[in-house]
Write a protein that binds this ligand. Structure first.
Ligand code: SAM
Length: 463
């Protein structure tokens, strides 16, 4: 049964009340967050609406501490793979809009292999498969074939070990097929939880149906997909409203399925062909955006947070401190874009990226900044999905599982794709982080495996 669990008036009242929140309420909420307690809706709304520099400083400080406590220095790396830009929807913000006139295409399986070869050469192990919505040109069978082609494809030392999927809301039956194909997370952005705005930017096509879209994760969960990733497109509606919407959606899933979002993505509207960004009255400035990221980190400490190359290098640096745990690197938002990089061909991307550095530069800079770039895909491969992943995260055991996996995959990456300087840099990070593996047995095993990787005596180790 589809339902609307987003109560617009409730959120509007919360945000109105939050404008009058006093220092005691905000200070109290921050003390609770510092002690790792769950915040009430009115407290989260108050943190978000507030603009007091002292409170803001504490918000960023606490978000940073929560992130370091739960995720350590690990940052998971992925890349998007656009397979088709055919689309029947008319979304005012998107260049794939059905009404836009450009030469559309979907990849043949040979082209999928070409793209994946390049992504594997960059060292990627985790992809997000992206497509517009068009059952005729880009059916579920086509998507399944793409997934199989990707998993079957191995090039030199490369292999994609986890395919997350970001395709339009679909039926329970199709979600069952995606589950059987071995997808990682099913990702879908609500775009906005503010129904009147949703209706005004989704002009035609199946996506126009707010309730159908809103209940997509229920259908995915019913079909057995227990890792689902939410998000909103910041810039469409009041961002504070949308954060509260995300949290209500998360609670709905927790209540009904015992597990909320595996990840939350925070895409921000970018210029794209066929739209004028100035037509959108709710664009979010950098300061507000950073505050939002920090408040989400405080509100849902155990949910991974994903940032794409829509953001600039500087903004990405800043937001990693505020709570982001996964970033894309070396991305193309064009169908067939990896193979045609550097060519003069005029090809249409979904939107313009703001961090166009290659993957290795992004990964190398993460290490300069003290992070451990992680290519780990172990949880999904060991069946630690849904509430099993959440209990691992909540048990504080990530230091014994995710940390060794991050270090082993970074070592593998550095041997496969790094030059001498890169390998040395990775070795310094690995050395520094090894003592933080709490269990002595796992620590010793990790050291042994890293030696094996360096000597070419083994690879693809995980806990
Ligand atoms: N067709 C699928 C759907 O309807 O959900 C997949 C979505 S699309 C390939 C991925 C996401 O890109 C969209 O959900 C939207 O949030 C985002 N997007 C679209 N236009 C954008 C723009 N101009 N700037 C930033 N992100 C955009």
């Amino acid at each position: 049964m589809s339902e609307n669990f987003i109560n617009q008036k409730y959120i509007e009242d919360l945000l109105e009340e939050a404008k009058h929140a006093d220092d005691a309420l905000i200070g109290g909420a921050l003390n609770k967050a510092e002690r790792g307690e769950t915040l009430e809706h009115r407290e989260i709304a108050a943190l978000m609406v507030n603009e007091n520099p002292q409170h803001l400083e504490r918000i960023f400080d606490i978000a940073g501490k929560i992130k370091r406590r739960i995720y350590g220095n690990r940052i998971v790396i992925f890349a998007p793979l656009y397979v088709s830009n055919f689309c029947v929807n008319r979304c005012a913000y998107c260049s794939f809009n059905h009404g836009h006139n450009f030469s559309r295409r979907k990849l043949t399986m040979d082209e999928v292999r070409e793209e994946v070869k390049i992504l594997e050469k960059m060292g990627h192990k985790r992809l997000a498969l992206e497509a517009g919505e068009n059952d005729a040109e880009c059916s579920i069978d086509y998507i399944l074939e793409c997934i199989k082609t990707i998993y079957d494809m191995k090039f030199e030392n490369g292999e994609i070990r986890r395919v997350n999927v970001n395709i339009a809301a679909t039926t329970t039956e199709n979600y069952r097929k995606l589950k059987a194909a071995g997808i990682g997370t099913y990702i879908l952005f609500q775009e906005t939880y503010h129904e009147p705005t949703y209706n005004s930017v989704h002009l035609a096509g199946p996506k126009k149906d707010f309730i159908w879209h809103l209940n997509a994760f229920d259908r995915a969960q019913d079909a057995g997909i227990d890792d689902v990733g939410g998000g909103v497109l910041f810039g469409l509606a009041d961002p504070y409203f949308d954060v509260m919407g995300l949290l209500l959606h998360n609670e709905h899933l927790e209540k009904k399925y015992n597990v909320g979002f595996h990840t939350i993505s925070v895409p921000r509207l970018c210029p794209a062909a066929g739209m004028n960004i100035n037509d959108f009255p709710h664009l979010v400035d950098d300061e507000t955006f950073a505050k939002i990221v920090a408040v989400i980190r405080i509100a849902v400490p155990f949910t991974g947070m994903i940032l794409s190359t829509r953001e600039t290098r500087d903004m990405r640096k800043k937001l990693l401190h505020a709570g982001i745990s996964q970033v894309s690197a070396g991305s193309s938002t064009t169908v067939g874009g990896y193979s045609r990089r550097g060519s003069n061909e005029k090809i249409s991307s979904q939107f313009m990226v703001n961090d166009d550095r290659d993957a290795v530069s992004i990964i190398s800079e993460l290490m300069d900044d003290g992070y451990i770039p992680s290519f780990c895909t172990a949880c999904y491969r060991s069946g630690r999905t849904g509430d099993r992943f959440m209990s691992l995260a909540k048990s504080g055991q990530v230091g014994n599982v995710c940390l060794p996996n991050a270090l082993m995959t970074l070592c593998e990456y550095s041997m496969d794709y790094g030059d001498i300087t890169f390998r040395e840099k990775a070795a310094v990070i690995i050395e520094k982080e090894i003592p933080h593996i709490a269990s002595e047995t796992i620590r010793k095993k990790t050291v042994e495996n890293i030696e094996k990787i360096r000597n070419g005596a083994g690879r693809d180790f995980y806990v």
